[in-house]
Design a protein around this ligand. Structure first.
Ligand SMILES: *Cc1c(COP(=O)(O)O)cnc(C)c1O
Length: 354
C-alpha cells in the first residue's frame, strides 16, 4: 500500500505533551510568558468574516513589518508556517546530493536529518569541539552541498559570535548555501542578520515560537538576499500557495511591532536563566554556557534518563537524549522564576549512584 520512499523516512519525535497529570513543562522550550497583550486585544474584537477569504499568498504586510524591524526590504523576507516548514522548503531548494553532503553539527536540532531523509539529501555530522562548541573549521574541511546550524545551538544552548560566522562565510564556497537557524536568537546571542548584505549564500531562519511566545500559532520566517527568497517562494508555490493563514499573518504583525514587550519578557528569561545556572553550579552540576532559553546540564553518576525520571516524579518535565556523547545531559527550558527556584530545590536532592 505504501510508496517505496516511505521506507527511508524516520520522523522527528517532539517533546512529550503529557495529559496524565499537570507538570511544570520545561521540555519543549516554550516561552513561559504570554504573547503581547496586543494579541489578546485583537482577538477579543476579531471578526470571523475575514476568514471567508483566502489569506494573502505573499504574506506581504507581515513581511513588510519584519523587514522594517530588521532594516531590510520585504524581498529579503520569506514567511512560513513555522520555521520547520521554512527549513523543509530551504533544504529542498538549496541542497542535493550532486554536490556532496549537507553539513550540520554532531549534536544539534534533530529535524535536520529528518528533512534530509525526506528530500533524499546525504548528510555529514561534524564532530563537536571538546567543550561541545560547534566546530566551524570542520564545516570548511568538506563544504559539501551546504551547511546548516542553529545559533545558539540546540540542545547545548551555546552560541557563536557574528565574527566567527563571518569568518566561516568568507572561507566558504559562495555558491553553497549556509543556513543559520536563529530559533533562539532572542536570548542574548549575536544575530548574523547584518551579514546578509555581504553574503548572497546566507539564509537566516527565525521563528515566533520561542522568543515570540507563539509556538501554537506556527509562524516562522527567513532572511536572505532576494535570489534565495525567490527560490523559497518557488518551492512554496509548488507545495501550498497559502501556508500562512490570515490569523497568523495579522498576529505576526502585532508581535513584530511590539518589540518593547518582547525585549522585556525575554530579558526576564535571561535573568532567570543566569540565576538558575548559578544555583545548579553551586550544587555541583556541570552547566554548558547558555545564550538560549534553556540550559544543558549533567551531574557525575547520573544518566539523562535518571534525571528525567526523578524530576518527572517531582512534577517537572525536562528532556533527555539517547545520542551517544550527550546521554548524561538533560535540557531544561527556562520557565517562571518561582518554577526554576522550585526545580533547583528538587535538583539539589539528586545525587549520582555510580
Ligand atoms: C524550535 C526550533 C525550530 C522550530 O521552530 P518552529 O517555528 O516552531 O517550527 C527550529 N529550529 C530549532 C533549532 C528549534 O529549536
Amino acid at each position: 500500500m505504501l510508496a517505496e520512499r516511505m521506507n527511508s523516512l524516520t520522523p522527528y519525535v517532539p517533546g512529550e505533551q503529557p495529559r496524565d497529570r499537570s507538570y511544570v513543562k520545561l521540555n519543549t522550550n516554550e516561552n513561559p510568558y504570554p504573547p503581547t497583550p496586543k494579541i489578546a486585544e485583537y482577538l477579543s474584537r476579531f471578526d470571523p468574516e475575514v476568514l471567508r477569504l483566502y489569506p494573502d499568498p505573499a504574506s506581504l504586510k507581515l513581511r513588510q513589518a519584519i523587514a522594517e524591524a530588521e532594516g531590510v526590504t520585504a524581498d529579503n523576507v520569506f514567511a512560513a508556517n513555522g520555521s520547520d516548514e521554512l527549513l523543509a522548503f530551504a533544504f529542498y531548494a538549496f541542497f542535493d546530493g550532486e554536490r556532496g553532503s549537507l553539513n550540520f553539527p554532531e549534536f544539534t536540532y534533530t529535524f535536520y536529518p529528518v528533512y534530509c531523509d525526506l528530500h533524499g539529501i546525504p548528510f555529514q555530522k561534524i564532530p563537536m569541539k571538546k567543550d561541545f562548541a560547534i566546530n566551524l573549521e570542520g564545516f570548511l574541511d568538506n563544504p559539501g552541498c551546504g551547511s546548516v546550524f542553529p545559533n545558539p545551538n540546540a540542545p547545548t544552548g551555546m552560541a557563536l559570535s557574528r565574527s566567527r560566522i563571518r569568518d566561516l562565510l568568507k572561507a566558504y564556497p559562495a555558491d553553497r548555501v549556509v543556513i543559520v537557524d536563529e530559533a533562539y536568537i532572542d536570548f542574548g546571542a549575536e544575530s548574523a542578520a547584518p551579514l546578509i548584505e555581504e553574503f548572497g549564500n546566507l539564509l537566516i531562519a527565525r521563528t515566533f515560537s520561542k522568543g515570540g511566545s507563539l509556538a501554537g500559532l506556527r509562524l516562522g520566517y527567513a532572511l536572505g538576499q532576494s535570489q534565495l527568497i525567490e527560490a523559497l517562494t518557488t518551492v512554496k508555490d509548488s507545495f501550498n500557495s497559502y501556508p500562512v493563514d490570515t490569523l497568523a499573518q495579522n498576529l505576526g504583525v502585532l508581535a513584530v511591532q511590539d518589540a518593547a514587550y518582547y525585549t522585556d519578557i525575554n530579558r526576564r528569561i535571561c535573568d532567570t536563566r543566569d540565576l538558575f545556572m548559578k544555583d545548579l553550579k553551586r550544587q555541583g552540576w556541570e552547566v554548558l554556557p547558555s545564550l538560549s532559553n534553556f540550559v544543558f546540564t549533567r551531574k557525575a553518576g547520573l544518566s539523562g534518563e535518571d534525571i528525567y525520571l526523578a524530576l518527572r516524579e517531582k512534577g517537572f518535565l525536562v528532556r533527555y537524549f539517547r545520542h551517544g556523547g550527550i546521554e548524561d545531559f538533560v535540557r531544561i527550558t527556562i520557565g517562571m522564576p518561582e518554577d526554576m527556584q522550585a526545580l533547583a530545590g528538587a535538583m539539589a536532592g539528586l545525587e549520582g549512584k555510580r
